[in-house]
Ligand binder design. Sequence first.
Ligand SMILES: Nc1ncnc2c1ncn2[C@@H]1O[C@H](COP(=O)(O)OP(=O)(O)OP(=O)(O)O)[C@@H](O)[C@H]1O
Length: 442
Amino acid sequence: MTLSPPLPSLELAALETLAGPLLLVDAWRRVTAATPEAPTRLGASFQPGRPLTEVLGISEGPEGIEALLLQGRALEATPAGGGTGMRVRAVALGEGRQRRGWVVLLGDEPEGSSSEGDAAETFHGMWTREPGMKHLFRLVEKVARTESSVLVRGESGTGKELVANALHAISPRRKGPFRAINCAALPPSLLESELFGHVRGAFTGAVRDSPGHFRLADGGTLFLDEVGEIPLELQGKLLRVLETRTVIPVGGRASVPVDVRIVAATHRALRREVEEGRFRADLMYRLRVVPLFLPSLRERRGDILPLARRFLGQLERQGSRHVERISPGAQRLLQHHDWPGNVRELRNVMEYAFVIGEGPVLHEADLPPEFSESRPPSLATRTARPAPLPVDRPPAEELDPATLRAVLEQAGGNRTQAARLLGISRVTLWRRLRALGDEPVR
Ligand SMILES: Nc1ncnc2c1ncn2[C@@H]1O[C@H](COP(=O)(O)OP(=O)(O)OP(=O)(O)O)[C@@H](O)[C@H]1O
């Protein structure tokens, strides 16, 4: 390191103790000094006076250096020196004409990013680094162009509604309405009139005609969330509507034509519901022409910390606090939590920690109480522990063939990836496929 620091090296070292590795940058956006750890983090030493864009490997322009220095946005940098990716943030020294430069803080390496080297992708509000999720995005793009009914399966908070939104937003129907209805949230009688509408006087309180979601979604997309919760008696009516493309409002006689594309979602294995007599097989086939499977957050742990930082970034834009780092202890707790509420739970946890904590570091103690009850497993048990199965997931023998095939298709035929998405071993997947006759016996 051959920088000639404007600050004595003792002071730079003290700064690093307080804030982590950092760079001093002059008003011409050149790096003039660095703390002792910074060159190691950046993967190389460099001469003073190098442009910041070059040292951090960020672009010129509004999404790169201008976002970092002028808008105060945190960025993910991939340093030219070959260091691992890291989050960087800048603090200005002086304002306007008085600007003397910036202090650039080199944040933590987003965990899970360096080993796989996968670039992040944001797709209609969904962020990921995981290949399986990116493959799902490509499927969504393909399917969106068609009229096929799509059934999205995933636990609560995995992004099923975002997928439904994306399917609509990319489709030829995007200029039409998008309506969503949660079929689990309403009692059967109300659900029927919410879906198909009613005529005035159909029941007590029906003081005027109501069109219902099918008609309101005419020309667009109707998202039937938690479709597995529709009671049997209503399932027959829904099937009739899907097949005839007409609705008869409750209390009405005339059928009204509707032009709607259906996207349905469930956290249940519908095939099991069919086997147990709770769901009509004909309706299941009608709804799941294209099944899509959303993995839980614990099945894509590489996304946890980067997503946590993204949520912090969003909170910072609204709030007054700046969080530079998540402490190693808090990172461990986040990384090993089971996340039954998936991405929604992660976002809420980060909001809690952002509000409860103070200062530039997010500590273990800032996390909600349930985190202080859980202990992260030791490294030995952590590596030995299999990923837990989602709560509603059936054992491997019960996974229905269509789900297996859909997940395999989603993983682009990659069995290791498919097994990971299903939370089963590759060998179990292979055995299951062989039992179904999908796998040649070797
Ligand atoms: N990959 C992701 N990146 C960023 N945010 C996400 C991602 N997945 C989900 N979210 C966020 O998590 C929350 C829950 O998403 P969404 O409502 O789509 O989940 P869901 O599976 O439909 O949940 P539920 O079944 O409980 O209705 C939303 O705030 C959404 O923005």
